[in-house]
Design a protein around this ligand. Structure first.
Ligand code: COA
Ligand code: AMP
Length: 629
């Protein structure tokens, strides 16, 4: 069946389409219907089914006789370690960990925070939660203690599972002290913490609260899979919104299983047993969907890679991993490819490796620029597929369905809407726009299975952020257009979210931190174009009257403050002092104009600007840090 036929089949009969897709999942009790719209515009999927994620991701493959197949390959150029875990081993490791969690009181519906680096134990912790019907929330290691504390207070975990440390090139990330710091800041306290001691740094365990990963599993009975309702939350993943408070995106169990399984063949074109690799981090949605759940649910082999595209040890690392482990489909962020291209423009580092196993490279997380796509196509000699999605959706909204019917690639476009998504370009008043016209990208409700049904404990915010602006639609927060052939073109965010090295960050959150500096009276943070990371944040600081310390001292303190409060992942390294910020007469900061000036782009003087002379001052300040040429 062609893509067009598949999409039409879904459009004509969404219920039938998703009930059929659900048959690929093992249900304890099969759902009698897919969509429940009783509470529209809030929707649930497969709500009357009973199912367990861990059973589908692990046990069922063992029961089907594939226990000896490798489930996880751990490849860590940072620690020079490699090992493989079969599905059978994975089942016993996860059942034992789940048994130990259960023995300490973790039950269906309890939240568990996971704060771990790229080690297989991170996936095992996620799967152990899923086995019990506990709701995990993985926190990315590049966030600071304060961000961890905010998540602890929001989801109130019964337990926290952490590693003693993470490893960045040339630097040990002290997870345990960060965890201890977070628990000092948070009001909520978990009943206990499980610490996975890595040999690179053994952490101090606090008696009565912390238990050792291995020690607490001693002598416990392994846990069986606990069936949960199809709409039971599988996990919460926090993502950046407009303000400093992150949004807790909820993923419901049944839809997550059905949708991810569907994507593995239809989008990524892998068969069970094939090796699939997403070079991301378990702390992001790509890691949830395509390092852990998608490949395992579908019976693939997944790779846990603890390294960077360059420097661990060189720009050939990706190619080594692909050839050594026989990767068929590879998924990473454009920024990672840009980093490799910068070090190895000729693609010499591919030469020592036989890359014939690789059939397709997939890119997502940020806009894939044509140069990067063309370069990757040239040196790898495989199709490079851009696809567009968000933490909220959990999988691609638009892609090129390589396993159904590869469509012609239009470089710069993530191709077409996937079945389940009716994507529309709307004007401010919510009217559909013509092909080629730029507008807000919205998706007609209901969103398909596997997408967020709500935000954790924040239904009002969910409605306000996504549903209220365009009634009957989900507002993606992206702007763009659709061409005559139905290809989407994603141009920019419509909110204050920026994308730094494929990481989604809130400029509002950074502004909140900067505003807390005693010498800062007012501030603004914008995302400016960066050759490597796509965007980087730049802070503008207006100082409190009477402050006459050296500006460099204050900007350095502000940079440190953001790193300490949000974390190194914010990549906030540029701040300048200005007298005033450009504003409209009603007091709104003209961020879009500031971005254009920074990126040396033409701009139209905003009609509502209060004092145009301020723009010259902004330009001069930006020139001091190498922008606004
Ligand atoms: N734990 C702790 N710190 C982390 C971290 C983690 N898991 N991941 C990143 N950091 C730190 C980095 O060490 C860096 O710190 P520094 O300021 O001391 O150098 C900072 O956070 C910024 O990280 P990042 O923006 O990722 O840049 P980088 O210097 O680590 O290099 C590139 C990243 C340029 C190689 C980039 O191409 C890349 O691969 N980024 C990751 C892309 C990705 O996987 N995105 C996920 C979406 S699919
Ligand atoms: P995240 O939730 O971190 O995955 O970030 C989602 C956002 O990243 C989207 O809303 C887009 O702004 C951006 N994004 C993701 N993939 C793409 C893509 N292929 N092209 C352009 N932007 C993308």
């Amino acid at each position: 069946m062609s893509y067009a036929e598949t999409y039409e089949r879904w459009k004509q009969d969404p219920e039938g389409f998703w009930m059929e897709a659900a048959q690929a999942i093992d249900w304890v009790k099969a759902p009698t219907r897919a969509l429940n719209a009783d509470n529209a515009p809030l929707y649930t999927w497969y709500a009357d089914g009973l199912v367990n994620t861990c059973h589908n991701a692990v046990d069922r493959h063992v029961e089907a006789g594939r226990g000896a197949q490798t489930a996880i390959i751990y490849d860590s150029p940072i620690t020079q370690t490699k090992h493989k875990i079969s599905y059978a081993e994975l089942r016993s490791r996860v059942a034992s960990l789940a048994g130990a969690l259960r023995a300490k009181g973790v039950e269906k519906g309890d939240r568990v925070i996971i704060y771990m680096p790229m080690v297989p134990e991170a996936l095992e912790a996620m799967l152990a939660c899923a086995r019990l019907g506990a709701v995990h929330s993985v926190v990315f290691g590049g966030f600071a203690a304060n961000e961890l504390a905010v998540r602890i207070d929001d989801c109130k975990p019964k337990a926290i599972i952490a590693a003693s440390c993470g490893l960045e090139p040339g630097r040990v990330v002290h997870y345990k002290p960060l965890l201890d710091g977070a628990l000092e800041l948070s009001t909520h306290q978990p009943d206990f913490c499980v610490i996975f001691q890595r040999e690179q740094e053994v952490a101090y365990l606090e008696e009565g609260r912390d238990v050792d990963w291995h020690g607490f599993q001693y002598g416990v009975d392994p846990a069986e899979c606990v069936p949960v309702e199809g709409d039971h939350p599988a996990y919460i993943l926090y993502t950046s919104g407009t303000t400093g408070a992150p949004k807790g995106v909820v993923r419901a169990t049944g839809g997550h299983l059905v949708a991810l399984n569907w994507t593995m063949k239809n989008i990524y074109n892998v068969e069970p047993g094939d090796v699939f690799w997403a070079a991301s981090d378990v702390g992001w949605v790509v890691g949830h969907s395509y390092i852990c759940y998608g490949p395992l649910i579908h019976g693939n082999t997944t790779i846990v890679f603890e390294g960077k595209p360059v420097g661990t040890p060189d720009a050939g690392t990706f190619w080594r991993v692909i050839s050594e482990h026989g990767v068929k489909s590879f998924f990473t962020a454009p920024t990672a490819i840009r980093a490799v291209k910068r070090e190895d423009p000729e693609g010499k580092f591919t030469k020592p490796y036989d890359l014939s196993c690789l059939k397709t490279l997939y890119l997502a997380g940020e806009r894939a620029d044509p140069d990067t796509i063309e370069w990757a196509q040239r040196i790898l000699n495989v199709p490079v597929i851009d696809h567009w999605w968000q933490t909220e959706t959990g999988y691609a909204i638009a892609a090129n369905p390589m396993g159904i019917d590869p469509l012609p690639v239009k470089i710069g476009s993530p191709s077409v809407a996937m079945p389940g998504y009716d994507v529309q370009i709307l004007d401010e008043a919510g009217h559909p726009m013509k092909p080629g016209e730029l507008g807000a990208i919205a998706i007609k409700l209901p969103l398909p299975p596997g997408t967020l049904p709500n935000l954790w404990n924040a239904e009002e915010r969910f409605r306000k952020s996504y549903l209220d602006h365009f009634p009957g639609y989900y507002e993606t927060g992206d702007a763009g257009m659709k061409d005559e052939d139905g290809y989407l073109w994603i141009m920019a965010r419509t909110d204050d979210v920026i994308n730094v090295a494929g990481h989604r960050l809130s400029t509002g959150a950074m502004e909140e931190v900067l505003a807390s500096h005693p010498d800062v009276a007012e501030c603004a943070v914008i995302g400016v174009t960066d050759q490597l990371k796509g965007q980087v944040p730049v802070g503008f600081l207006c100082l409190t009257k009477g402050v006459n310390r050296p500006e460099g001292e204050i900007t350095a303190e502000c940079v440190k403050l953001v790193r300490d409060r949000i974390g190194p992942v914010a990549a906030f390294k540029l701040a300048v002092v200005v007298d005033r910020l450009p504003k409209t007469r009603s007091g709104k900061i003209l961020r879009a104009t500031m971005i254009k000036i920074a990126d040396s782009e033409e701009f139209k003087m905003p009609a509502t600007i209060d004092d145009p002379a301020i723009l010259d001052e902004i330009k001069t300040a930006l020139q001091t840090i190498g922008y606004a040429k």
